[in-house]
Design a protein around this ligand. Structure first.
Ligand code: UDP
Length: 243
């Protein structure tokens, strides 16, 4: 897991958005993984996802506060959280300014449709090159469509690690574009699900709000976070010899 921390993006949110803006201008491909403790724990147990996290062509950004705090404990100072929802919003603004193309893949049909409507209203210069909900039978066909339509940004919201593994399988074949697995972000961005109130975000308690509003997450959250904390402590004591 140490390798993930060594690799994680260490600049500010603003610097990262600037980097994406330049990549859009140069049509440089990007594959971004937004990380919370669960992301790293899945990486530890799923070899395909582990390879993605370690790959030279992927960028890991610290989405969850747990990742930021753990990095600091390990002597890796991180400046900002860079969340999936905020990245999506920054990319929408950039695409609108630059009159570029967006593809959305994932979430329930009514959610992705509501998000498309909202984007059309708010960012009139974005060209939506296509969208598909995340419950279609043939995910492969959707990926082929993304290759054909050549969007400048493709957001894939199918949950970790499926979204990243799918992007990875096709990554060589995309001629250009910024690819991000954004988990539940479409639910929030479409207005279907509320993000935590500002106060929770400011106090770094967004995770608590998420658990309170979706109690079925408690088991999953507890298991991965306890394992994560144990692992970070081991690394801190210098006992985590693997990288
Ligand atoms: N989802 C989907 N197809 C599926 C399973 C899930 O499109 O077969 C969507 C789901 O509707 C939600 C997102 O994937 O919008 C996963 O959200 P979650 O908050 O669970 O993300 P994670 O925490 O796994 O990143």
């Amino acid at each position: 897991m140490k390798a993930y921390f060594d690799k994680i993006y260490k600049g500010t949110y603003k610097e990262f958005v600037q980097k994406l803006s330049e990549s859009l201008d140069k049509e440089k491909k990007e594959f971004i993984v937004t990380a919370n403790p669960e992301t790293f724990m899945i990486g530890e147990s799923d070899p395909a996802f582990d390879l993605i996290l370690r790959a030279a062509y992927t960028t890991i950004v610290p989405d969850g506060i747990g990742v930021v705090k753990a990095a600091n404990m390990l002597g890796i100072p991180l400046k900002d959280r860079i969340t999936g929802v905020e990245l999506c919003e920054a990319l929408f603004s950039l695409l609108d300014d630059k009159k570029k193309k967006l593809y959305l893949f994932g979430a329930k049909k009514e959610v992705v449709q509501a998000l498309v409507k909202k984007i059309e209203r708010t960012y009139p210069h974005i060209e939506i090159s296509g969208y598909t909900d995340g419950y279609v039978q043939e995910r492969e066909r959707v990926m082929e469509e993304i290759i054909e339509r050549e969007p400048d940004v493709a957001l894939v919201a199918l949950g970790i690690p499926y979204q990243e593994i799918l992007i990875d399988q096709y990554y060589d074949r995309f001629p250009k574009g910024i690819f991000i697995g954004v988990g539940g972000s479409f639910d929030v961005l479409s207005g279907t699900k509320k993000r935590a109130p500002r106060l929770f975000i400011k106090c770094n308690m967004e995770w608590l709000y998420r658990i309170m509003s979706e109690p079925k997450r408690i088991g999953r959250f507890y298991r991965s976070n306890i394992r994560f904390i144990k692992k970070v402590r081991l690394l801190q004591r210098g006992a985590g010899h693997e990288d």
